[in-house]
Design a protein around this ligand. Structure first.
Ligand SMILES: *Cc1c(COP(=O)(O)O)cnc(C)c1O
Length: 496
């Protein structure tokens, strides 16, 4: 069923979704004065929430049938409402003007980027986040920050990090990388006898950041941190791989002649999901001073699979670690975690002194840990899904997605029209057209997939070859989805 058929009318079935009275018509009250839509909504809150819930349930029930991605025509612009149309009216407007253009990003065949879905418990946690609207910044008024600390501890356990790692929630892996690299910058200052937090980046002098296949967000973070995008020096990779050649990394470090540096190791590159050898990199610290930051945005979830945990062996030896949660943990967007062994430096960077906040103590308020001050209790969705499904439930999601990626990889390898560009190491299949792939040819295939509504895959370029990626990180995806995608891939090349 198309979720739009019946929008918000559980209490008012009939031709009009609003049940016969215009949603925005202010109704007379006992005082004889007309009331605004906000007052009306307050009086009808339970029914309105029920209508919203029913609408959401219909949207979720239709997720498998909704087009995986849309290339829609935009609705005509609307101007700012003066009086407002109330929640019921807003739901109808949203359902009419915007929802048809929304993708099934949370659905089972959205395999673009690295995109997680939302588990039932994560969704409930997200709803309750807005319902209770806590500000976990300080512990002056609520236990909300303690719940967040509990969720961080659970996540540390989930990824097998040692207790020296302390964590904090941020909005996504980009901010997690940014926060880790900000701590790294402060560490460089410590080595050089300056505090960047106090004196600014100018006091630091030139900085070298070494990395094999850094994610674009690492480069963006260097720009935001005042270190500059050009601070990054790309280290040679192992032949045919996206993993760094540790011997060449050692050579680069030798060349720095004892000057401290930052090394960004990558656990799970986006094209072929390759992993740097973290143990070997960490061992280089015996002879070279560097801060080891690991971008394990989705690769950290390999730790949940006994057969793949070796890929992230040594993660705990990092000085800072980035893990995204709105990818493979399957919580709604706006969630990642940042771990570090040097909370003292983290606080130096992010402390926020104000007369109305408590001083930084042994258990620092969350306001002193990340770029944000006031923010939502984003830990609640993660807490709910971990409480509801535990390590086993989440390990099962990871194992299934890995198996599905392997299966699609096998099917693609068997199709004469395509070839794999790398072995399927974890949850992403990176492949291209068998004969002379061009950017236009790949775009044509990607567009045909999108147009079909069946699936969504994103294009990329790997070692100069235009390619496509299918990334599995959704708890809803099943074998029958893989069958549909394989069939679709065959159809689109037949048509081309
Ligand atoms: C997705 C991703 C990021 C950025 O994450 P956002 O959640 O989009 O900020 C960083 N690094 C890697 C390896 C990623 O896969």
């Amino acid at each position: 069923m198309d979720a739009r058929d019946e929008v918000v009318t559980p209490h008012a079935p009939g031709p009009s979704p609003t049940g016969g009275h215009p949603p925005h018509a202010p109704r007379a009250t006992g005082t004889g004065r007309e009331r605004g839509s906000l007052g009306i909504d307050r009086d009808h809150l339970p029914e309105l929430l029920e209508a919203t819930r029913a609408y959401a349930a219909r949207l979720l029930a239709g997720l498998g049938d909704r087009a995986a991605a849309r290339t829609p025509t935009r609705p005509a612009p609307a101007s700012l409402p003066e009086a407002g149309i109330g929640l019921r009216g807003a739901l109808e407007e949203f359902a009419r003007r915007w929802e048809p253009g929304f993708a099934a990003g949370a659905g089972p065949r959205y395999l673009g980027f690295v995109t997680g879905g939302v588990t039932p418990a994560a969704l409930a946690g997200d709803w309750l986040t807005g319902t209770l609207d806590q500000n976990p910044t300080s512990g002056l008024d609520s236990l909300a920050p303690d719940l967040e600390r509990e969720a961080v501890t659970w996540l540390r356990d989930l990824f097998g990090l040692p207790s020296e790692h302390e964590g904090a929630f941020v909005s996504g892996a980009t901010l997690s990388n940014f926060t880790g690299l900000a701590i790294a910058r402060e560490w460089l200052g410590e080595r050089r006898g300056v505090s960047v937090a106090e004196e600014g980046t100018a006091a630091l002098g030139p900085v070298t950041v070494l990395s094999g296949s850094p994610h674009s967000s690492t480069v963006k973070s260097l720009s935001m941190l005042g270190l500059g995008r050009s601070a990054i020096r790309r280290v040679g990779l192992l032949p045919g791989r996206e993993a760094v050649d540790v011997a060449r990394l050692a050579e680069e470090l030798d060349r720095l002649d004892g000057a401290p540096a930052i090394v960004v190791a990558n656990s799970g590159t986006v094209n072929t999901v390759d992993f740097d050898d973290l143990r070997a990199i960490a061992a280089l610290r015996e002879h070279h001073p560097f801060w080891l930051h690991v971008d394990a945005a989705f690769g950290a979830f390999a730790a949940l699979s006994a057969e793949h945990a070796h890929l992230v062996a040594g993660l705990g030896e990092a000085d800072s670690v980035c893990v995204d949660l709105h990818k493979w943990l399957n919580v709604p967007y706006d969630s990642a975690v940042q771990f570090t062994r040097r909370r003292d430096l983290q606080i130096r960077v992010f402390q926020n002194s104000a007369a109305y906040l408590t001083p930084v103590g042994d258990v620092p308020d969350l306001v002193h840990l990340t770029p944000e001050n006031s923010r939502r209790l984003r830990a609640l969705a993660a807490w709910f899904t971990l409480a509801a499904y535990g390590r086993e439930g989440h390990a099962e999601i990871v194992a299934r997605d890995i198996a599905l990626a392997a299966e699609l990889g096998e099917r693609i390898a068997a199709m004469p029209a395509y070839r794999l560009l790398a072995p399927v190491r974890l949850n992403v299949v990176c492949f291209t057209l068998a004969s002379s792939p061009t950017p236009a040819g790949i775009a044509e295939v990607a567009d045909a997939i999108t147009e079909s509504g069946e699936a969504f895959l994103t294009p990329t370029v790997h070692e100069g070859v235009p390619a496509l990626r299918a990334a599995f990180s959704n708890w809803r995806t099943t074998e029958s989805d893989v069958e549909r995608i394989a069939k679709l891939l065959q159809e689109v090349v037949n048509q081309a």
